[in-house]
Design a protein around this ligand. Structure first.
Ligand SMILES: [Zn+2]
Length: 190
């Protein structure tokens, strides 16, 4: 399983780029790729993509969520074909998923524009964890009290971390729910 490091856009949000999978040779049947993203120098998320046998679906997993996403191919002018994800939400072609649906469906606009509230919450939660000496990885437990920090300050910051964690998880669940509602009930996320 090749590990692909990506020094990411400042958001540090989970994403899967089909072109990265292609470059790393991970668009062959049965191959898996681990895509990592960093924020403030720390790995903050890992997304695994596993190509299915017929190359018409890829299994994407992030945290404890997994989902099959369709792939389509378009011919290229100079020969060969270009792979695209088929966004499970809007059924449009997409080169990048965040990490299960396209930019539009995930609520991300562009960096300079307004971002979705749950993405803002994820970034805030990551920043708070890093400020407390943690890694910023949302999958890890909250960091212990740094040496020299007042207990009251620590408790206030941990409370802020928990609130930001909860907001980001709620937002992410809402996005997944909207997508599940819109997608084929025979093929729900596993
Ligand atoms: Zn979409």
């Amino acid at each position: 399983m090749p590990a692909i490091s990506r020094y990411a856009t400042p958001e540090g949000l989970p994403e899967v780029d089909v072109r990265t999978l292609k470059r790393s040779g991970s668009l062959r049947p049965g191959t898996s790729a681990v895509l990592t993203k960093r924020y403030a120098g720390q790995i903050v998320c890992e997304v695994t993509a596993t190509m299915q046998a017929d190359c018409d679906e890829v299994l994407i997993s992030f945290g404890d969520r997994m989902a099959f996403v369709g792939l389509v191919y378009t011919p290229q002018r100079l020969g060969g074909r270009r792979a695209w994800f088929l966004c499970p939400c809007c059924k449009r072609r997409a080169a990048i998923l965040y990490p299960f649906v396209c930019r539009r469906c995930s609520g991300i606009t562009y960096p300079s524009q307004r971002e979705a509230p749950h993405h803002r919450a994820i970034r805030k939660a990551q920043k708070l964890r890093i400020r407390l000496g943690g890694s910023g990885n949302m999958m890890e437990p909250l960091p212990p009290r740094p040496w020299g920090m007042w207990d009251r300050t620590y408790r206030q910051r941990i409370d802020a971390c928990r609130r930001a964690d909860a907001r980001s998880l709620t937002g992410m669940s809402e996005v997944l729910q909207r997508w599940q509602d819109a997608s084929d009930p025979k093929r729900p996320p596993v």
